[in-house]
Write a protein that binds this ligand. Structure first.
Ligand SMILES: Nc1ncnc2c1ncn2[C@@H]1O[C@H](COP(=O)(O)OP(=O)(O)OP(=O)(O)O)[C@@H](O)[C@H]1O
Ligand code: SF4
Ligand SMILES: [Mg+2]
Length: 340
């Protein structure tokens, strides 16, 4: 894909707040990222860092109240998803953006057959009649590697194994050939062999269908396997972002460095889950005016309490362009290497 190709999804300055009885929770603070056709963006960050809320904000899946989107733009092609009405957004969700949740049992309806659930978006958004929708549903189940697809259409979700249900969810998300597939920890509940099969499947689909994929995970091994770029979130912000090889080899943010330091080798690891880093996550009760990582950061300086660092491009990124970091500090060895 040419570097200059227009992004399919371009998110700028997204801000999401929850209004609760105990006060406001600033869950997403000026998050920006983009995605090009055929790209996989991996998203990592500890629990509560705002990964799911960011993605759900994009496509209007958060209940309001308590959620309130306070700012930003979510451009899908030339449409700002934050400006369209609820009905148009529902159409986008069914047809342009596919979403796979962590637990397929909560998103598959137990009282309808799997076939009915795959056919519904096909009939609604693609205007297919019953016969056409059925044929396409069989095709989709085959595509996600479910054997005996025509027969399995008549099964109910509980008659499938966890891995198979996850494949069904992917089939539903893919039904209308979306431009963007958002997968929020879709393999966490699955055993490693099934995880590996799903990852292979996603890589194949991205090649076959050219869709852009956002993959949220706690597993850095998964990121290394599927992602082109990585976005690291902390305290509702993007603290580092860049091409996967570059970021894993030359992490700049103290949080990313702490995550990666705990893992001896990323590639080849079947499972390299995020390690718990000492200290408490930040309290998100206001727009941060200081670096949210400062209480846990070994490199915190005076400026870190006064100024929340903006994202800045990393100069001379050794392995690729497009690496940026939100931090006042630069790792000395890397800084010298980059300027040698
Ligand atoms: N309905 C809600 N009401 C109030 N606060 C919420 C609500 N949903 C999420 N939050 C808060 O928003 C913040 C971000 O949550 P989010 O679910 O995006 O985290 P996450 O990065 O996806 O974590 P995990 O890895 O555990 O899935 C958290 O502080 C969470 O407590
Ligand atoms: S801005 Fe300061 S406190 Fe925050 S991560 Fe960088 S060095 Fe640490
Ligand atoms: Mg989440």
């Amino acid at each position: 894909m040419p570097d200059g190709a227009a992004p399919v999804l371009d998110v700028r300055g997204l801000k999401t707040v929850f209004r609760t009885r105990g006060g406001e929770i600033h869950a997403v603070n000026s998050v920006s990222f983009h995605l090009k056709r055929g790209e996989v963006l991996g998203v990592v960050g500890e629990s509560g860092s705002g990964k799911s809320v960011t993605m759900m904000s994009l496509i209007g899946l958060l209940p309001s109240p308590p959620a309130e989107i306070r700012g930003g733009e979510v451009m899908l092609g030339d449409r700002d998803l934050l400006k369209i009405d609820a009905e148009e957004l529902r159409q986008v969700r069914g047809a342009k953006v596919g979403f796979v949740f962590q637990d397929p049992m909560t998103s598959l309806n137990p009282v309808f057959t799997v076939g009915m659930q795959i056919m519904e978006p096909l009939r609604e958004h693609m205007g297919l009649d019953k016969q056409q929708a059925e044929a396409r549903a069989v095709e989709l189940l085959q595509l996600v590697g479910i054997p005996d697809a025509a027969k399995r259409l008549k099964s109910y979700p509980h008659q499938f194994s966890g891995g198979m249900r996850q494949r069904v969810m992917i089939a539903i998300a893919l039904a209308c050939n979306p431009d963007v597939l958002i997968a929020d920890e879709p393999t966490t509940a699955l055993d490693v062999t099934i995880q590996a099969q799903i990852l292979e499947l996603v890589k194949e689909l991205r090649q076959k269908l050219g869709m852009a994929i956002i993959w949220i995970t706690h597993d850095l091994g998964v990121i290394a396997t599927v992602a082109d770029r990585v976005m690291v979130m902390y305290g509702g912000q993007v603290v580092e972002h860049g091409p996967v090889k570059e970021l894993f080899a030359f992490p700049r943010h103290p949080y990313t460095r702490a995550l990666l330091k705990t893992i001896p080798s990323i590639t080849g690891h079947r499972e390299a889950r995020l390690q718990v880093i000492e200290g408490q996550p930040p309290i998100l009760n206001a727009t941060p005016t200081a670096c949210p990582f400062r209480a846990r950061c070994p490199h915190a300086m005076e400026i870190c309490s006064r100024e929340n660092p903006a994202r800045r491009a990393v100069d001379a990124a050794p392995l690729g362009h497009g690496h940026d970091v939100a931090c006042h500090w630069s790792p000395p060895a890397l800084h010298e290497a980059a300027h040698a």
